[in-house]
Write a protein that binds this ligand. Structure first.
Ligand code: NAD
Ligand code: UDP
Ligand code: UDP
Length: 312
């Protein structure tokens, strides 16, 4: 059994990852500064003697002894990452340097949670890992997009320069229980609005597309990625290739919640990508025939149930 560090372990994806790694019998150290995550997300794991939490900001050095590192620390929703954009870039860049320095010192494998945002507003569709992206370097999303791109650069340079065992996954829109109810992401926004009978806020005309992956499928993929042969580094797209317009998502949520909320149409935020869908052929090939198993219909049911219980 291994000693595994999960940075951002108290966040949405991190808490599910900690849970799964503990279930596999590993020792898990969760490092988080609770910027967007919460102790509530990991409360149920605290009684487990193999689980340890540490309040720490990854922009500062960290000295611990571990076998593997999953680097997830970074606010992920536009509302949060744009709140303190300088800190967002620091978290991606300084955080990557520190975690890579740690991996180098202790000889640990290290996985970076990168993002489909490295493709920006893509000119090719669906997006393959070989596409270099179309990213605005000076816009309001740049702190996140460019921070993540620089983190990827650092990972590959540490690999070439110091022979580190790196893994990079590019995560596409993922949803599920423990998403922050106020983080402004589309799935949580629509569900909370529908449950509260408030207007459903569609940005633009709702014709932009996204492809939504359920959290359990994502966690399975990144654990498989960590276990790939040492000389395979990625990057690998992880996501569900089923693509929906934002308007279709709103209609599905309204139907499932049985809500009388109305759809309203607001301005589209600057640099909002018009379409996004992963090509997951590489993941299928390298991750033991991995593919999503939970489609939007079932995943939405589970997520709606979570938000219902949160309100009671
Ligand atoms: P989240 O905001 O729920 O989790 C991020 C966690 O990182 C939080 O617990 C937060 O407190 C912590 N954190 C932030 N800055 C930190 C710092 N400086 N030091 C220590 N901890 C810090 O978001 P999430 O959806 O769980 O995303 C996890 C990772 O996956 C992020 O790196 C994100 O960029 C990436 N990702 C997520 C998605 C998605 O759709 N959910 C898509 C692409 C990439
Ligand atoms: N670092 C860390 N934990 C460690 C080892 C290094 O946080 O166990 C940090 C260290 O502060 C340094 C960074 O990782 O700033 C990069 O480390 P590296 O060894 O690559 O660079 P150097 O120390 O030579 O600048
Ligand atoms: N969106 C929306 N209404 C909302 C929140 C988001 O129409 O209340 C849109 C947003 O403009 C984008 C899509 O939904 O086109 C996905 O947004 P999210 O912030 O969840 O993810 P990202 O833009 O990072 O893919």
């Amino acid at each position: 059994m291994k000693k595994i560090l999960v940075t951002g372990g108290a966040g949405f994806l991190g808490s599910h990852l900690c849970e799964r790694l503990l279930a596999q019998g590993h020792d898990v150290l969760c490092v988080d500064n609770y910027y967007t995550g919460s102790k509530q997300n990991i409360q149920h794991l605290l009684p487990n003697p193999r689980f340890e939490i540490m309040r720490h900001d990854v922009t500062f050095p960290l000295y611990v002894e571990v076998d593997e590192i999953y680097n997830l620390a970074c606010p992920a929703s536009p509302v949060h990452y744009q709140h303190d954009p300088v800190q967002t870039t620091k978290t991606s860049v300084h955080g990557a340097i520190n975690m890579l320095g740690l991996a180098k010192r202790v000889g640990a494998r290290i996985l970076q949670a990168s993002t489909s945002e490295v493709y920006g507003d893509p000119e090719i569709h669906p997006q393959q890992e070989t596409y270099w992206g179309k990213v605005n370097p000076i816009g309001i999303r740049s702190c996140y997009d460019e921070g993540k791109r620089c983190a990827e650069t650092l990972f590959f340079d540490y690999q070439r320069q110091h022979d580190l065992a790196i893994k990079v996954v590019r995560i596409f829109n993922t949803y599920g229980p423990r998403m922050h109810p106020n983080d402004g992401r589309v799935v949580s926004n629509f569900i909370v609005q529908a449950l509260e009978g408030r207007d459903i806020t569609i940005y633009g005309d709702g014709s932009q597309t996204r492809s939504f992956c359920y959290v359990d499928d994502l966690v399975e993929a990144i654990i498989r990625m960590m276990d790939t042969p040492r000389d395979f580094h990625g990057p690998v797209n992880i996501g569900n290739p089923h693509e929906f317009t934002i308007r279709e998502l709103a209609e599905a949520v309204l139907r499932k919640v049985g809500s009388s909320s109305k759809m309203i149409f607001l301005d589209l935020p600057q640099d909002d990508p018009k379409q996004r869908r992963p090509d997951i052929s590489l993941a299928k090939q390298k991750l033991d025939n991995w593919g999503p198993t939970i489609e939007l219909d079932e995943g939405l049911d589970r997520t709606i149930e979570y938000f219902r219980q949160l309100r009671t």
